[in-house]
Structures are given as C-alpha cells and as structure tokens.
Design a protein around this ligand. Sequence first.
Ligand SMILES: Nc1ncnc2c1ncn2[C@@H]1O[C@H](COP(=O)(O)OP(=O)(O)OP(=O)(O)O)[C@@H](O)[C@H]1O
Ligand SMILES: [Mg+2]
Length: 467
Amino acid sequence: MEERARSCLLRSRSTLVKDIKASYLMDHMISDGVLSPDEEEVVLGKSNRKEQAAALLEVLLRKDNRAYISFYNALVRENYGDLAGILHNDLPLVSPEAEKSFADGCTSFLQMKLSEGGVPQRPVVFVKRPELLNQIQKKLYQLQNTSGWVTVYGMAGSGKSVMASEALRDHTLVSECFPDGVHWLSVGQLDRPDLLVKMQSLCFRLDQNQSGESCPRPPSTIEEAKERLRFLILRRYPRSLLILDDIWDSVVLRAFDIQCRVIITTRDKSLTDSVSGLRLDVPVDSGLEEEKALEILSLYTIGKVQKLPDQALSIVRECKGSPLVVSLIGALLREFPERWDYYLRQLQKKQFKRIRKSSSYDYEALDQAMDASIQVLQEDYKELYRDLTVLEKDVKIPAKVLSVLWNLEVEEVEDVLQEFVNKSLLFRDCNQRPYLYYLHDLHQTPLKCIAKPCCRQSRRLTRVRSI
Ligand SMILES: Nc1ncnc2c1ncn2[C@@H]1O[C@H](COP(=O)(O)OP(=O)(O)OP(=O)(O)O)[C@@H](O)[C@H]1O
Ligand SMILES: [Mg+2]
C-alpha cells in the first residue's frame, strides 16, 4: 500500500475504530478478493465490535492499494460517507491493474514487503549483474514449494549482500514464492548472547505484525528462540523467506534450522554442511568484469565509459574488479577528479597489512582503498569518523544518537554523515525514517587502526550503548 494511504489509515485509525462495523465491511472486501475468509475469521474472533474494527484495520494496513480502495468502497456502500470522506484524498492514484506495471517491477506491494522485511536499498551507484541475478532468482524459485537453503557465497566486498537484496526486488518472485513476506537479518560475527538478541528481535518483529495479540515475553535461550521462530514461521508465515546476511558460524545456521525458506550470504561456502534439507549454492565472482567495473567508475565520475582516462582500466585491474574497492575509488574520484594517478599509485603500493589472514584474496588493495578514503576527509571529519568505532558491524543508528555523542545539531550531523555516505565510508538505510546509518565491516578495519585508544573513547562507547 502506498505510504500516503497507509499514513491516512494510521491517522484516522481511532475515528474508524470508534464507528465502523467490521463484519459489514468485510463482506464487500471478501467479494473484491482483497480479504480471505481466514482473515475474516480472525477478525470475527475478537470479542467486541471495537476490537473487531481494530483487528480489521491491522489486517488492512498490511495489504496493498487494492485493499485500501476496496475498504473505501465498502465504507461508501455501507453509508459511512463521512468516514469515506476522510480516506478520499489519499486514495492511491494507481488503478489496481496498474499495480503490476511499475517501472523495474517494484510495485507498492513489493516496496511494502521489502520495507517491512528490512531489506537494504540499492547502493547509489549500481550496475546490473544479470547472470548472477538470474542464478540467485532461479534458486529462490526452487524454494517455491519447499523449505531449503540458498547460499550466496564469495569474497569480501564481492557484492553478495547487494545482489541478494537485488534478487528480492521482483514482484513476481516475491508474490509467487514468498507471499508471507521476506525478513532480512544482518548477522555478522557474533557470540551466543548476541545471537539470542538477534533471534529475539526477529521474534518480536514477527509477533508485532500480528493483529491485536499481546507479545509474549522474549525467549530466554537460543533453543527457546528457535522453537518460537519455528512456531511463528510455520504457523503464521509459512511461505516467507528469511535472509541471513553475512554468516560466519554454523552455530547461527543451526539456530535457524527450522524447516523454513532461507537465503544466506557468507564468505564460507561450507557453512550449510551442518543443516538439514535442500541446499542450493550460488557462487559470486570476487571481481566484476572489466566493463562493469569501468561502468561503476564512470557513473561516479564522468558518466561515460568512453571518456574515462587510461588510468581507469589500471585501477580496475589493480583491485581485480572488486565492486567494493571500485566503488570506494569511484567515490573518491568524484570528489577529486584530478587524482586518477594518485589513487592508482596508492593501489599499486600495496603496503597495507592483510585484513583477513586466512583468505587468499588480495586484501592489501582493499585496505589501501579504505585508508585512502579516510585520508581525504578534512581533519575535523577524520576526528568524527574515528568516533564511529563505537558502532558495531551492522548496528544501525539514527543521526540523533551521534548528535548526542558529537554535541551537534541533528542537521549538522546529517551533513557530516552525508559526506561519509558520499565517500562510501558509511551506509544509509533509507527504508527507515529517520534514516539509519551503519558501517560495513571492511570500513571498520581501518577504523580500528586509526582509533585513539583513550579513555574518552570508552566513555563515549558507554554513552552510545546507553542511548
Ligand atoms: N552491483 C553493484 N553495483 C555497484 N556497486 C556494487 C555492486 N555490488 C557491490 N557493490 C559495491 O560493493 C560494496 C560491497 O558489496 P556487498 O556488501 O554486497 O559485499 P559482500 O560480498 O556482501 O561483502 P561481505 O563479505 O563483506 O559481506 C557495496 O557497498 C557497493 O558499494
Ligand atoms: Mg555482505
């Protein structure tokens, strides 16, 4: 459902709940095909008129534009003209038939599912990888009628998370295979207590979406959380997809081994060996083809691949087409268009220590690119960027938190963060309002090196955690 329509329903919820008789309206909505008999039963199961009205609105809020229009029409037909009047101005502009013809397949149904599921947005500069996309989507279609695991694996910064989220931006795939929703969980390296917290928050998210029922107490052990998730997914969201992003430990996978549909991204291909059921793998090349990598550089800089200087190809070759490194260098070149030689030399020096000693990937170039990104920041921005060491990987925070830490107005903080986002030193989740900011773990490696080990830092850390 369009944001405007949803917002209108939320604003007028109390007025609607006060007046409407859900059972009358639901007859129309069922005959329009926007409400199922099961959903009607849930609503009618509530003990009084007011609770039924509230339950119907909860169900409606999870639906698409067609449901809003049908609800509006039902109000008109049942002589709630004044209430229909409240909804009238925010009637979705698209006709129900037009729902499926949105540009690049991103319908409002899909946008809603992706937002609710916390699926990250595309990076600002994005190049298509049709073959890889096709492979991931083909594997996901295999989960249409059965539970199982799709493993997207490859090197750090190779584009696994970007492409896993891209694969979900497809109305047909999501509506046919995962009509009960997609649930994105950023995992990363974590210990058992942190894993429990992640599972609790997923339980909470799934529970919250249920109408009118009070949430039970959070599960207190991983086993309990696993059982709770099993119940929630199998009973309430049977045809949903769980996305476990950036998995390092099979302990995590065993905790989610609950016979549901899962896609994971990981650097370790063998992780799913320990889980049960169907297993499907999709390898991701560590680097892009040269023309794709050049396209990224051109999108950041001159706009046309043909106009790129000679150094562009050397840069792409030097970092072996790593999407992450090319994007970082691209962002730097956007700021300093005359520094092609300089960044190429920086990459060629390869002086930086390895990020992950167990990997054969050429991390030196990556490290160098990361460090170069930080070095071009103004001195005061560097100082502020250092403070981001308090962020743990994939922890997302609003600008307001940093405004406390930095003692700046929220707007000033947003300007600083915008600078970091522009330089690919920080990511922004625009699915949420206010925007949330977070670091990639590869950002954190150079950060750890430049952080000042002083007591001021630990005091700030305590402060951020306590907000
Ligand atoms: N198709 C793409 N087009 C443009 N840039 C991309 C693309 N894929 C990846 N990138 C760039 O590379 C960065 C890293 O991508 P991503 O986070 O998907 O890597 P990853 O393989 O998941 O890494 P990790 O193993 O560390 O989780 C992105 O933030 C983006 O800047
Ligand atoms: Mg990733």
